[in-house]
Design a protein around this ligand. Structure first.
Ligand SMILES: Cc1cc2nc3c(=O)[nH]c(=O)nc-3n(C[C@H](O)[C@H](O)[C@H](O)COP(=O)(O)OP(=O)(O)OC[C@H]3O[C@@H](n4cnc5c(N)ncnc54)[C@H](O)[C@@H]3O)c2cc1C
Length: 399
């Protein structure tokens, strides 16, 4: 096992002022109150619709500041610069979700291309991330996911076929801009009932753009019990067609929603039975990717210390350069700084996934972060104890 440790809080929070650290402590403590997050995640999206300035301000100064880079691309600049000082890279994520209609889809496509062009001017933004549902209607993705015949490209309705062609064009123009500008595109994984067409389209783009290096990267959610096999199948296809497979490995963000829908509609849940099963497949996926590092480029996207340690150890065991091009680490902005900054200090290639966008449009993203951090037994407990440790360390060393 690697000697790297994730306990060094001085490294972890070097980029935060005392005031910022106290604000984070307040936020994580609040999110730990048992009823706070369940109530806040229901009420906040409704209140935000009315645009009450007082609530807007409260959200901006607390959860938005912790997890989002700014309301616009330009406003992310101070965060990007401060991460650069610590050799931490950035994955820019235009975090607007849930907007339907051709006009919004075209707007999102333009914004992704603008983000790529901006990333190309910065020294530490190697990737951007995209969601296909930002430029394809969820109704269309769901229909394509459900109809096996459609998967072979034979579409039932002319209208659907025309809509799908538009989606393909949008995806192509984003990936083409990325290839021209030397920026990678990470395609986020979404709910299982939308995912099939996303996978298919992403594989097509990889075949087009990943001949020399991984420009396009798909996301594999290992909380799904079929995804380790899917990773291996994708690799086989990539090898037979002569392109580099790009994969971002995640556990998966929609577990409760997935289980609830499966039970409501009475089909077998796509989610693993236990957390241990998810962990086992996640770690097996890391091992598979690093074992096949010549033909797979992977992003270890996780806040799990054991999984990050495993990937770091495998890189060391194989005597690969720590910052090699085919294994990159990433954590969400506002979470697990102890992993990010200790990895960067040790010389690994690591980034923060940094969303940006108007407050009202990033609310779904913020609500997911609040839910993820609401259980004191898990992530927020760990975050809070590390923040407290650093506050105490700073007090003890103050002169
Ligand atoms: C850079 C980055 C990009 C991301 N991109 C995406 C994306 O595109 N799509 C997406 O869906 N998510 C994405 N995520 C979120 C990710 O899927 C996880 O929700 C989150 O990172 C928590 O998992 P973990 O590996 O950090 O660690 P852990 O805290 O060890 O794992 C928590 C996760 O384990 C799984 N789990 C928990 N309990 C159980 C159980 N009882 N049975 C089975 N499984 C269980 C769930 O997936 C849960 O989120 C991303 C995360 C990062 C860091």
């Amino acid at each position: 096992m690697s000697n790297i440790t994730f306990d060094n809080v001085k490294n972890a929070f070097a980029y935060k002022s005392d005031k910022e650290l106290k604000q984070s402590k307040f936020l994580f403590s609040t999110m730990g109150y048992p009823l706070f997050v369940p109530i806040a995640t229901r009420v906040t999206p409704l209140i935000m619709k009315f645009g009450l300035p007082i609530v807007n301000n409260l959200v901006r100064k607390t959860i938005f500041k912790q997890f989002v880079g700014g309301e616009s691309l330009q406003k992310t600049e101070p965060v990007v610069k401060s991460l650069y000082k610590h050799q931490v890279k950035v994955i820019l994520d235009y975090g607007v979700e849930g907007k339907e209609g051709d006009e919004n889809f075209e707007e999102a496509t333009k914004e992704f291309i603008r983000v790529i062009e901006y990333a190309a001017t910065q020294p530490n933004i190697p990737f951007i991330s995209i969601k296909v549902s930002s430029f394809a209607s969820s109704k269309l993705l769901k229909a394509l996911n459900e109809a096996p015949r459609l998967r072979s490209g034979i579409h039932d309705h002319e209208e659907q076929e025309a809509d799908w062609e538009k989606v393909e064009d949008r995806m192509f123009s984003i990936c083409e801009a990325a290839a021209i500008n030397g920026i990678g595109v990470l395609v986020d994984a979404e709910e299982s009932w939308l995912q099939d067409p996303v996978d298919r389209l992403t594989m097509e783009m990889m075949e087009e753009f990943n001949k020399e290096k991984a420009v396009v990267v798909n996301t594999i959610q290992l909380y799904r019990h079929d995804r380790l096999n899917f990773l291996k199948l994708s690799h086989k296809i990539a090898q037979s067609r002569g392109f580099i497979l790009g994969v971002k490995l995640v556990r998966g963000a929609y577990m409760d929603k997935e289980r609830a829908r499966a039970s409501q509609l009475n089909y077998p849940s796509p989610i693993q039975n236990t957390k241990q099963d998810t962990d086992a497949d996640y770690n097996a996926a890391i091992e598979y990717c690093i074992r096949n590092i010549e033909t797979i480029s992977c992003v270890v996207a996780s806040h799990n210390e054991k999984s990050n340690l495993l990937a770091a150890s495998l890189i060391e065991e194989k005597h690969l350069p720590l910052n090699n091009n085919h294994v990159h680490f990433s954590q969400l902005y506002g979470m697990s700084d102890n992993i990010t900054f200790n990895l960067s200090n040790a010389g690994f290639s690591v980034s923060k996934y940094l969303p940006f966008g108007p407050i009202k449009d990033v609310i779904p993203y913020l609500m997911r972060r609040a839910q993820e951090n609401s259980s004191m037994s898990s992530q927020s407990g760990r975050e809070l104890s590390l923040i407290k440790k650093e506050i105490l360390r700073r007090k003890a060393t103050a002169v």
